[in-house]
Design a protein around this ligand. Structure first.
Ligand code: HOZ
Length: 458
């Protein structure tokens, strides 16, 4: 029996699993080399089948905001396991989860649990179409909302990484119902509504893009999207599968409300935190529906979508829009997610995880920018809290087209140089990086040192 190294395991996987992987971007095709297999993960560290320890900036693509295998989440799963793995009935923890989500995200009045982000966005689109009785939808180039047919058009993530942003297998008749526009371009959105009067059911977007690398909106852009959707009776769907609970307790919509509250004439520079929160509640930036996943499963498979009650009540059994799932509201996933959400309120450190995560994000961004400047390599490092990207380009990245100006070959060399030294970044120039609270201390310092060395040697 050969040793269970990454190489021997991946050779076997290639015989049995398409491309050897269960999700395309994991195959390392755009960065070169063969993927490693992971046998354990703790804190900020992955342990490979070859017993290598890697500082991980993928964080299982977002969920591990408290680090891998956090003891509190592990204990919550163990306790839930005592009672069984799946009931196929309503259960107490899904009620608690719904209470937590609606408390954290004020625009969500009702929520339905499902099993993945893909299910959440697919179901939200169907609900928007059923509610508005319109067929067309708008999405933005480079935004990736999972792999359902209506949404795999000019998509980001693995689809873009492997050169298939429009997947084979999506009927042209379906694709015709999806209008794709550039992100961060309010004028083209206005024009699309004018050209398709009364036909657009919804606009779906990642308010901060995380699947074409990490891209932030221009000031005022999201407010313009909100205004134009409301004006035309279309629903606004925020895909906060990545950003929900990661950038703020209430996701990007929480960040927007904080900005609104801080710039409101009633918000003097001396306003206290609680005065600002009160103002925030009066000035809510609210999408109609929000899609969630990742963090709310604490590392187990999960998705959710929610929003205005009048819209959510269009779902079966109350309304005509059908959506269902055998494992929806699964008690283990709920237990893990509830523990993860509670830790966001208080992880025992005495300081908000978001403040600490932003400090780590800035440290990483500053280290990479300093190293690229010293080496004379043009780079953009968009960062907000615990999400970031490294684009090797002189062009500020604000949409799909400018993301493609990044030197993907140079990124691949950088990725391999980091990996050789013990830092694991997402294996694609078009994926975001994620940081966890477990990176505090030696892990972030060591990672910054390694990334700087890797840049110096490019
Ligand atoms: N498409 C996912 C992130 N954008 C990757 C998921 C995975 O490979 O696990």
């Amino acid at each position: 029996m050969p040793a269970l190294t990454s190489d021997t395991l991946f050779t076997r996987a290639l015989q049995l699993i398409p491309g050897g992987v269960n999700s395309p971007v994991r195959a390392f095709r755009s960065v070169g080399g063969a993927p490693f297999l992971v046998k354990a993960a703790r804190g900020a560290t992955l342990v490979t089948a070859d017993d290598r320890e890697l500082i991980d900036f993928v964080c299982t693509w977002g969920p591990a905001i408290h680090g891998h295998n956090h003891p509190v989440i592990k204990a919550a799963i163990a306790a839930a396991l005592e009672n069984g793995t799946s009931f196929g009935t309503p259960n107490p923890s899904e009620v608690e989860m719904a209470e937590l989500i609606t408390r954290f995200v004020p625009s969500i009045q009702k929520v339905r649990m499902c099993n993945s982000g893909t299910e959440a966005t697919m179901s939200a689109i169907r609900l928007a179409r059923g509610f508005t009785q319109r067929d067309k939808i708008i999405k933005f180039a480079g935004c990736y909302h999972g792999h359902s047919d209506s949404l795999l058009i000019k998509a980001g993530s693995g689809a873009l990484t492997h050169g298939h942003p429009d997947s084979a297998g999506v009927p042209a008749s379906f694709a015709r119902e999806t209008i794709v526009l550039p992100y961060n371009d309010a004028a083209s959105l206005d024009a699309a509504f004018t050209a398709n009067p009364g036909q657009i059911a919804c606009v779906i977007l990642e308010p901060y893009c995380g699947n074409v690398g990490f891209i932030m909106p221009d000031a005022g852009y999201l407010a313009a999207v909100r205004a134009v959707t409301a004006q035309h009776g279309a629903l606004l769907i925020f895909d906060e599968v990545m950003t929900g609970f990661r950038l703020h307790k209430a996701g990007v919509q929480g960040l927007l409300n904080e900005e609104l509250a801080a710039t409101h004439p009633a918000a003097s520079s001396s306003a206290s935190g609680s005065e600002l929160s009160a103002l925030n509640a009066q000035l809510p930036f609210a999408p109609d529906l929000t899609c969630l996943g990742k963090i709310i499963g604490g590392g187990l498979p999960v998705g959710a979508f929610g929003g205005r009650s009048d819209i959510m009540d269009y779902l079966a059994p109350l309304g005509p829009v059908y959506q269902a799932g055998t494992l929806s509201g699964n008690p283990l996933a709920m237990a893990a997610g509830i523990a993860a959400l509670r830790l966001l309120e208080d992880d025992g450190s005495g300081t908000s995880p978001y403040t600490r995560l932003d400090r780590l994000g800035r440290q990483l961004r500053d280290a990479v920018l300093a190293a690229t400047r010293a080496k004379g390599i043009p780079a953009q490092v968009p960062q907000c809290g615990s999400m970031f990207s490294i684009f090797f380009t002189a062009t500020p990245v604000r949409d799909y087209a400018t993301a493609l100006t990044g030197d993907a070959k140079l990124f691949a060399r950088f990725f391999r140089a980091c990996l050789a030294r013990g830092v694991y970044l997402a294996p694609s120039a078009y994926e975001a990086g994620f940081i966890s609270t477990a990176h505090e201390g030696p892990a972030i310092d060591r990672a910054c040192e390694i990334m700087s060395q890797a840049i110096a040697e490019l």
